[in-house]
Design a binder for this molecule. Structure first.
Ligand SMILES: NC(=O)c1ccc[n+]([C@@H]2O[C@H](COP(=O)([O-])OP(=O)(O)OC[C@H]3O[C@@H](n4cnc5c(N)ncnc54)[C@H](O)[C@@H]3O)[C@@H](O)[C@H]2O)c1
Length: 302
């Protein structure tokens, strides 16, 4: 097996002052990447700030002979995103990889959730990913090469108390899927990771199960998706405890009412088995793929 190298590559890892992001930054740097270690250094619920988080990881990398610079901006403002990308360009001349990893939690059941809890989570996870990725995309497009990894979560499957978080995380799937379409011609690939790991964010929630879930067991998937060796985009991957699995946003064959027929709600009820069947699932790679699948129904002989 050829070793996956990041020699000559420049990577930004947001929220890399601890938890999962730190492990990504360390692995990329050990493989030759010059890394911008971004972290605001706040609490799990996104309050406060402390430069020492990012600085410590930079010190770890440089002590091991790697190259890294810190950045302490919040991803949650356009200026912060610009500044993170500028840090990479000023220090290392370009950006090849962006791992959008910074994150916070403001868990509350739906009716108890304050608008400020929604706003804070959307600002960091979703807006933050836009604010960092847009200026980075411009640099990558110029260079004809780029790799994005966005961080979603199994909360997208539905998790009590996480309407804000699961909505923000699911939105990142849409962002990555469309960046995959827009980036294709410029050699820019985008994928999504859905990690499960023991970090300060989860250790109280996972109990003994956390012992199976070292963050370093997520890292290989993220490193692969960030590398030249990765040639596929538009993926979502669950990575947890040494098990790596694609998660698909898939389309069933469904039920077609027939040309010229306007079915009733009762017809829908009667055909629910076909409508919800997973037989013949496809994983559309773009809107066009759904239109093509739809057209096949229209063109099939009655
Ligand atoms: N740990 C898990 O099991 C798990 C599961 C699903 C998703 N995730 C996601 O993985 C990512 C990493 O989480 P983690 O578990 O390592 O938690 P963590 O709290 O250890 O790491 C998150 C980091 O993001 C930083 N951060 C927060 N807001 C920021 C901002 N505005 N700007 C810059 N940095 C900011 C924090 O300071 C922190 O260091 C998050 O996006 C999280 O939602 C984690």
């Amino acid at each position: 097996m050829t070793e996956i190298s990041f020699d000559g590559r420049v990577a930004i890892v947001t929220g890399a002052g601890g938890g999962l992001g730190r492990t990504y930054a360390l692995d990329l740097a050990a493989r030759g990447a010059a890394v911008v270690v971004n972290d605001l250094g706040g609490s799990v619920d996104g309050k406060g700030g402390d430069d020492s988080a990012a600085q410590k990881v930079v010190d770890e990398i440089t002590a091991q002979g790697g190259q890294a610079v810190p950045n302490y901006d919040s991803v949650a403002t356009p200026e912060g995103g610009e500044s993170i990308v500028k840090t990479a360009v000023d220090a290392f001349g370009k950006v090849d990889v962006v791992i959008n990893n910074a994150g916070i939690l403001r868990d509350k059941s739906f009716l108890k959730m304050e608008w400020s809890d929604l706003q804070a989570v959307i600002d960091v996870h979703l807006m933050g990913a836009f604010y960092v990725s847009k200026p980075a995309f411009a640099v990558m497009k110029e260079n004809g090469y780029g790799r994005f990894v966005f961080t979603a979560s199994n909360a997208t499957f539905g998790n009590f108390g996480q309407t804000n978080y699961s909505a923000a995380k699911m939105a990142l799937v849409g962002l990555s899927n469309t960046l995959s379409v827009e980036g294709a011609r410029a050699g820019i690939l985008s994928n999504v990771i859905m990690p499960v790991a023991k970090t300060r964010m989860t250790e109280d929630l996972l109990g003994d199960f956390a012992n199976y879930l070292a963050p370093e067991l997520v890292t290989p998937m993220v490193t692969y998706l960030s590398s030249e060796a990765c040639t596929t985009a538009h993926g979502n991957y669950s990575a947890a405890g040494g098990r790596y699995a694609a998660v698909n946003w898939a389309l069933g064959q469904g039920w077609y009412a027939g040309a010229g027929v306007t079915p009733t709600a009762e017809d829908i009820q009667a055909h629910l088995d076909q409508i919800t069947s997973t037989d013949g699932f496809i994983v559309p790679q773009s809107t066009t793929d759904e239109i093509v699948a739809l057209a096949a129904h229209f063109q099939a002989p009655a």
